[in-house]
Design a binder for this molecule. Structure first.
Ligand code: COA
Length: 336
């Protein structure tokens, strides 16, 4: 009997209109555009006015349209987020109401910046086991809600956005995953619920430790997922990596000896959008018609937890030729 895999049928994304440039930030904290661009690759980020679920619903609508299915066909909606609008109901439940996915059951999943990969793997397990056939997976975060705008070590990095993918059962698709967590290192990136001044619900980060963790762990998880899928690194057309810092991506490319042009980037104009970063990037490349049926793709991310993950994805949906706005900047045109 042939094995069933979860395949991506369509993608969508949403970035809020409101821009916050490095120059805007330099008016609030002691920083400057040159420092931020050189150390991170970020030039501006977007700020949500309507919250996480509203962004998620926009991305979801686009993904459904791209997949050419209706919301009623969905069996399950999973939203990966660390910044829900409410403790409950979850973002996935709010999206269900907004788009009319009346048949679906819905839940949120929190794995910080690795959230989209964890949600994809969860969706794949439901599809492979036959429990669900059509699943909407969303990564959405309004990081601005938990950003301390007086901390120059973190406020320069993050932005708001949402990305989504519709998955269905097929003969190829998400061929392998590698997922991992190191709870012992969790203290290097936290957002407490506490009420003490040092425990305000803001991001606290040891940037150097997180940087070192990322440049060590991401190449390892990519190597493992390639081995699991029996793929050579050069067969892969694109590596869609979590957009945390352009220097982290450059380091991963060097370590794995992968040309940087195989690692798309959009960090310059949206910053680190946490669980949304990989699906936004994937959607931009899909909409620009840069991914072709049969392409081998690797998705990889890391984040608070500490968590990491990678997926080997065979792209078999029909080509989306130049639909929608292309926000992307070619990797080689970006300032690293
Ligand atoms: N503007 C100007 N100077 C800044 C600054 C800012 N926004 N933030 C820090 N600095 C200063 C520091 O105070 C330090 O000054 P000193 O040498 O006088 O002490 C100097 O710049 C270097 O700081 P350092 O923290 O070593 O910089 P860095 O090269 O490690 O870059 C980060 C800082 C945060 C950009 C980098 O560590 C990083 O990206 N880490 C990973 C974070 C991440 O990806 N988090 C999300 C994971 S999902």
């Amino acid at each position: 009997m042939t094995k069933t895999y979860a395949r991506i049928l369509g993608t969508g994304s949403f970035l809020p209109e409101r821009h916050l440039t490095n120059a805007d930030l330099a008016k609030r904290v002691n920083t400057n555009n040159e420092w931020i661009v050189e150390r991170t690759g970020i030039r501006e980020r977007r700020l949500s006015e309507n919250g996480t679920a509203a962004m998620a619903a926009e991305a979801a609508q686009q993904a459904l349209a791209d997949a050419e299915i209706s919301a009623e066909e969905l069996d399950l909606v999973i939203a990966a987020t660390s910044t829900p609008d409410y403790a409950f109901p979850g973002v996935a439940c709010q999206v269900q109401a907004a788009i009319g996915a009346n048949r679906a059951f819905c839940f949120d999943l929190a794995a910080a910046c690795s959230g989209f990969l964890y949600a994809l793997s969860t969706a794949a397990a439901y599809i492979e086991s036959g429990i669900a056939r059509k699943i909407l997976v969303i990564g959405a975060d309004a990081m601005s809600k938990i950003t301390n705008w007086e901390d120059r070590g973190t406020c320069i990095l993050f932005g708001d956005g949402a990305g989504a993918a519709v998955l269905t059962a097929a003969s190829t698709g998400l061929m392998a995953f590698d997922l991992g967590t190191s709870g012992l290192d969790g203290g290097s990136l936290t957002c407490p619920f506490g009420t003490e001044p040092e425990e305000l619900p803001y991001i606290h980060m040891d940037g150097r430790r997180v940087f070192q963790f990322a440049v060590r762990t991401v190449p390892e998880t990519i190597r493992r997922v390639l081995a699991e899928a029996s793929w050579e690194k050069d067969e892969v057309r694109y590596y869609f990596l979590h957009q945390a810092n352009a220097r982290i991506l450059a380091s991963v490319a060097r370590t794995l000896q992968i040309p940087e042009k195989k690692m798309p980037m959009n960090i310059a104009y949206c910053g680190n959008t946490s669980a949304a970063s990989i699906p936004i990037l994937l959607d931009e490349w899909n909409r620009a018609g840069r991914i072709s049926p049969g392409d081998k793709l690797v998705l990889a991310g890391f984040g608070a937890g500490l968590t990491w993950g990678a997926a080997a994805l065979e792209w078999k949906r029909k080509k989306t030729a130049g639909k929608g706005i292309v926000r992307g900047i070619e990797p080689e045109k970006q300032n690293r």
